[in-house]
Write a protein that binds this ligand. Structure first.
Ligand SMILES: [Zn+2]
Length: 369
């Protein structure tokens, strides 16, 4: 058991300073003067710091992105310590362009390893392209028979994609939906968006014809271009979730995009941040022409969340939703993203200046600054 004392809780909504008691990785009680007799209790005195839900990063290349400049450019895998240092206690691993050298069995093993190391890790089946790649023979069976699989990956409007048609996308939605309801998961189709002019026109067609399918669609990299952002804003206003990459290629910084989306009428509950961490980032120096290819950082999610607060766009309790309860709802992870009795004991403790002091995953300290 663990007792967290002198915590100013952001659940993410703000609560008065109090205590949190946890056991076996779950929150048992929240209140003043909690006490346990006859059992060993580890105490963490947070000395009035903010206690927030552990962050959820729903797009991380945990096994490293594929190499787009030959084998020597393969991106290395993430470590538990790297994730924990950014406040991430729940991670969804996925494949990118490379579904060959970086394969699903290795992704599954990495996700299980992160879980053994104390974090909560999940995965998406398949990869960027078509035909889809699976472990059990179909996307639906991967969701049904593999505990860690909570959805499927696909790429759209990218010149490296397989140029999926509307029918192919509908059939993948069908697979995540069947696999999801059979196994008691929601099931999402997480869609990488590139910068082609076709944007998400096909997703708009699908939800206009079949409005009930919108909750299975999870487009990401929605701020890659201004044109793409504008159509993703319309998608969110129809009720869809949009994921804003906090790093990588984007027309504006993620926190500024949140402000623009809010002004355009998108509810905050429809937006999430993710890092695209350890994807390969290609950069060309405009002066020298030198090309570099490096791992995308995991740190941008937290930086962009803090920028929402320091730029005066949102108060902390609202800014936190992009990394906590909003991705938990998108992924249908019912015990994640909130500080409440019965939820998992995943916490980030922040100092007054909004820097990370310490991180706890399922009740155990996994990082201290
Ligand atoms: Zn990616």
């Amino acid at each position: 058991m663990e007792l967290f004392k002198h915590c100013k809780i952001y659940a993410p909504e703000q609560l008065p300073e109090t205590q949190v008691l946890t056991a076996n990785g779950k929150i048992l009680a929240i209140g003043d003067n909690l006490s346990v007799t006859g059992l060993p209790v580890e105490e963490f005195d947070l000395e009035g710091r903010y206690l927030c839900p552990g962050f959820i990063d729903q797009h991380v290349h945990v096994t490293g992105g594929g190499g787009q400049f030959g084998f020597a450019s393969l991106i290395p895998e993430v470590t538990k310590d790297e994730l924990a240092a950014t406040g991430t206690t729940t991670v969804v691993g996925l494949l990118g362009t490379d579904g060959f050298v970086k394969d699903l069995p290795t992704l599954y093993a990495k996700v299980k390893a992160l879980d053994e190391q104390g974090l909560s890790a999940y995965m998406l089946t398949s990869y960027y392209g078509l035909p889809e790649k699976t472990l059990m023979g179909s996307v639906a069976e991967d969701l049904i028979y593999i505990d860690k699989v909570i959805g499927c990956k696909l790429a759209l409007s990218d010149d490296r994609s397989s140029f999926p048609t509307e029918l192919e996308i509908l059939r993948l939605i069908n697979q995540v939906r069947l696999g999801g309801f059979t196994s008691g998961k929601h099931g999402i189709l997480h869609i990488h968006l590139g910068n082609l002019k076709t944007r998400i026109d096909v997703l708009h067609n699908i939800v206009d014809q079949y409005p009930s399918l919108i909750s299975y669609l999870s487009p990401t990299h929605c701020i890659r271009t201004r044109d793409l952002f504008d159509t993703c804003v319309e998608f969110a206003k129809k009720g869809g979730m949009i994921d804003l990459s906090a790093g990588g290629t984007r027309f504006t910084e993620a926190h500024k995009a949140v402000g623009m989306a809010l002004e355009a009428g998108v509810p905050l509950a429809k937006m999430t941040f993710s890092s695209d961490g350890h994807g390969g980032v290609r950069r060309e120096d405009p002066v020298t022409g030198t090309v570099t290819y490096t791992p995308a950082p995991l740190t941008c999610n937290f930086k962009e969340m803090v920028a929402l607060v320091t730029d005066g766009i949102l108060p902390l309790e609202s800014a936190l939703t992009l990394l906590t309860c909003n991705p938990a709802r998108n992924l249908s992870l019912k015990t994640k993203g909130r500080i409440a009795v019965g939820c998992d004991a995943d916490f980030v403790a922040l100092d007054d200046n909004l820097s990370i002091h310490s991180v706890y995953a399922r009740g155990k300290k996994v990082y201290e600054s």
